[in-house]
Design a protein around this ligand. Structure first.
Ligand code: HMG
Length: 378
């Protein structure tokens, strides 16, 4: 740490800081809500073939908050898990950003609720980031760029949380894609993985999915949103391959995506491989990589900002040192970003067992219990 501080000060003085420092993730925590509903049960309510949800959308289960559980519980739970395995001094947290579209207030940021429960105050930049599901990636990028800029003290770390509860109206076509969850990342030294400085963005002003102020449920233009996701993935991948080359894209060992529903990823990737004119062998590899990282998402559903980082947690937890990850974020509205990371951990992945335990210990709801839970919603 002392050496890092001396290097930081000298590089900063020489103005070459951005070429000399590598930052990444020091710790990771995931919090899932207490309850879960099997999509087969929901299919009976919708009076549709369960295969439509299981195969047509690729969903298995939806994570649901219990009666008194809120987005704050999820965000705090994830942060506490990340802090517990980190073992660092919370006084070193100089940056706290919460990416969410489940805000509790128009002015007070969700980060204030997190800071309050965790007892974080003082020399900390604390705020909320909103851009639909893209808010989590934006918070991660801002934390990384805060470290790279030298705006904080070199020993300070950033705590980023992506947390959301995704609900749609009863019997709406999107209801089987509901979900909830939170992922917290401590960003500082590259202990678990390094995060590459360069990223590839795409945005386009759209009304494909939005939630007017004061309204509980979003308004969804399903087909428009699917097309926007596909277009954004292609544009980001094109920007990446034009700069780094197609070989570099194909050499990535894991691909993690925002997962509104698992089939969305296959749809967008299938279109991408077609537009990139990949060979059969290359296509097979990319589709296989994409399929692997949605494993947990299939049992969680769309946790909006957290969905990508759940997929990332799976890939990071199941990868090995030296492997590289491609990370794609999409948020309606719409904004998207693709970045890469490299695995540094040597098998220390406490969150993997923790998530498996959480998945196993959730309360499985009956249809009646699900309907009762919904009675409290608008
Ligand atoms: P739907 O009405 O279920 O659509 O709505 P569908 O009738 O087209 O059926 C879906 C698929 O099931 C189709 O597959 C059917 O063929 C298939 P496809 O042809 O598309 O490959 N199917 C069956 N398969 C097997 N057996 C059967 C069967 N019957 C039908 N028996 C929709 C689906 C996604 C539109 C809806 O769930 C929705 O509106 N979801 C919300 C919007 C969304 O998730 N968009 C994704 C991109 S936007 C995004 O990612 C941002 C977001 O996360 C928000 C944010 O950024 O904050 C949503």
């Amino acid at each position: 740490m002392i050496l890092r501080s001396i290097l930081f000060i000298s590089f900063h003085f020489l103005g070459i800081i951005s070429f000399s420092m590598t930052f990444g993730i020091e710790s990771l925590g995931v919090q899932l809500p207490q309850a879960v509903l099997d999509v087969d049960l929901l299919a009976t309510l919708h009076k549709v073939d369960p295969e439509k949800f299981r195969i047509g959308l690729g969903c298995r289960q939806m994570a649901l908050c219990g009666e008194k559980e809120t987005v704050v519980d999820l965000a705090v739970g994830a942060a506490q898990k990340a802090l517990k395995t980190w073992k660092g001094d919370p006084k070193k947290i100089g940056f706290l950003a919460v990416g969410t579209e489940t805000s509790l207030d128009e002015a007070r940021p969700l980060s204030a609720w997190v800071a309050q429960t965790l007892g974080l105050s003082g020399n900390i930049r604390s705020y909320e980031v909103k851009h639909a599901c893209y808010g989590g990636m934006l918070a991660v990028r801002q934390a990384l760029e805060w470290k790279l800029s030298g705006a904080g003290h070199p020993e300070q770390v950033a705590l980023v949380v992506a947390a959301d509860v995704c609900m749609y109206p009863f019997l709406h076509a999107a209801e089987p894609t509901q979900g909830a969850g939170a992922v917290a990342l401590i960003i500082g030294d590259p202990l678990l993985c390094s995060l590459d400085q360069k990223s590839y963005c795409y945005s386009e002003p759209l009304f494909d999915f939005w939630r007017p102020t004061g309204q509980f449920y979003p308004i969804v233009q399903g087909k428009l949103s699917i097309d926007a996701y596909c277009r954004a993935l292609y544009q980001c991948a094109k920007n990446f391959t034009e700069e780094k080359g197609l070989e570099d894209f194909l050499a990535l060992d894991h691909l993690c995506f925002h997962v509104p529903f698992p089939k969305m990823v296959f749809r967008a990737v299938s279109l991408l491989v077609h537009r990139l004119k990949l060979t059969e062998q290359q296509t097979e590899k990319i589709l296989k990589d994409a399929a692997q990282a949605v494993f947990w998402n299939q049992d969680i559903g769309n946790a909006y900002t957290a969905s990508l980082w759940i997929s990332f947690a799976y890939a990071l937890g199941h990868g090995t040192q030296g492997q590289r990850l491609g990370i794609f974020s999409f948020g309606s509205g719409c904004g998207a970003e693709f970045m890469t990371a490299k695995i540094h951990h040597t098998g220390n992945t406490p969150w993997v067992r923790d998530i498996q335990e959480q998945l196993k210990n959730r309360q499985s709801l009956s249809i009646k219990e699900y309907e009762a839970l919904r009675k409290n919603l608008p």
